[in-house]
Design a binder for this molecule. Sequence first.
Ligand SMILES: Cc1cc2nc3c(=O)[nH]c(=O)nc-3n(C[C@H](O)[C@H](O)[C@H](O)COP(=O)(O)OP(=O)(O)OC[C@H]3O[C@@H](n4cnc5c(N)ncnc54)[C@H](O)[C@@H]3O)c2cc1C
Length: 388
Amino acid sequence: MTYDLVIIGGGIQGVGTAQAAVAAGHSVLLLEKEGIGAGTSRKSSKLIHGGLRYLESAQLSLVKESLHERALLLQLAPELVKRVEMHIPVYQASSRSPAKIAVGLWLYRLLAGFGEDSEFVRLHRSGWSALDGLKTDDLLAVYRYVEAQTDDRALTQAVWQSAEALGAELAMPAQFRGADCHASGCEVQYEHNGREMSVSARVLVNCAGPWGADLLKHIQPTVTVPEVELVQGSHLLLPNRLQHHFYLEAPDDRRAVFALPWQGRLLLGTTETAFRGAPETAECLPEERDYLLRTFQHYFPGYSVEPNDVSSFAGLRVLPRANGSAFGRSREVLFQADQEDQPRVLSVLGGKLTTYRATALEVMERLGPSLPRRRRVADTARIHLTPP
Ligand SMILES: Cc1cc2nc3c(=O)[nH]c(=O)nc-3n(C[C@H](O)[C@H](O)[C@H](O)COP(=O)(O)OP(=O)(O)OC[C@H]3O[C@@H](n4cnc5c(N)ncnc54)[C@H](O)[C@@H]3O)c2cc1C
């Protein structure tokens, strides 16, 4: 049998692509070496968000698309994606003034099409004391706006379930070993339960996240490896004493750090640390832990933390290679095909959890010339997602 698509990687991009492909009537085999949602897609900040800060780097189309997908996911997956009220405190020393934050939130509203979740307020100062012990010295304003939060791994598993229900097949644990591509597709080799297997695919889709660039070296004829680098983002989990969600500015370097109640714990993150090494060895470094705790305790001086109560995890962003800080770098997904007009191998790297569905539609559009016409069986904008 020849599958229309063989997809490597059961992270959000792989399962999203599987869902879009089976919905479009195609046959799909997904290869996953460890578990659905076992990679980066369980190590995110767990936000389904528009990405307010991307406005500053003028990534307007990403913000607009994210806000659209956020609205859709709130409808399609109400048990998995929940609205939260995010608070942005603005101090005398903050790098952005209250007026600048307000302009950003207006623009956010505009890009959200003035939908019901786009309203924001500037809290009256009498309400500051109810904000979980937030430092009020030199505080100028606190803005509240709406975002959404999820369990990233459960969301990934739910998307996979929906793809499987439409006929997508899974080999797991299955490690991609290599592929030989020819005019009409690829012969794909993988190891499944200790056995060497081979399967034919019209197209091979590389959704292996931080492993994705390396994996391309095992494809014949040679394909260009995209110019990417891995940037680690760590999070801490602490005992939670907050009622509210906060978007803070790290005093050290002015980066955004979130403090978010999540599943009974407090999630603090994230960092940006250049990473070299095997992706599975990523772990929170002592300096990242100090940075996150220092940032949090700057704003919540009364919050003491016992070292034994802190756990951590680290994920890897796949970003376009460039000089300078990773903070302002594009968070758009990176596509790379072996041949633009009729791809046999398409890599889908980076991007956002929030926009997985839109990304998958774009994948299908790019693969259109390489795939036979099939009868569509579902629309991903209407598929309800239920917890795994
Ligand atoms: C620190 C951090 C915070 C983030 N926060 C957010 C956020 O709050 N909101 C948001 O929208 N986005 C966020 N993102 C972005 C988002 O989490 C990622 O873009 C997304 O999870 C990437 O998914 P993926 O499917 O590309 O990769 P992964 O989830 O890493 O999936 C790749 C899969 O490929 C498998 N694999 C690898 N090699 C092989 C092989 N040889 N054979 C078979 N299988 C293989 C792996 O086991 C893995 O399961 C964040 C990212 C990071 C790093």
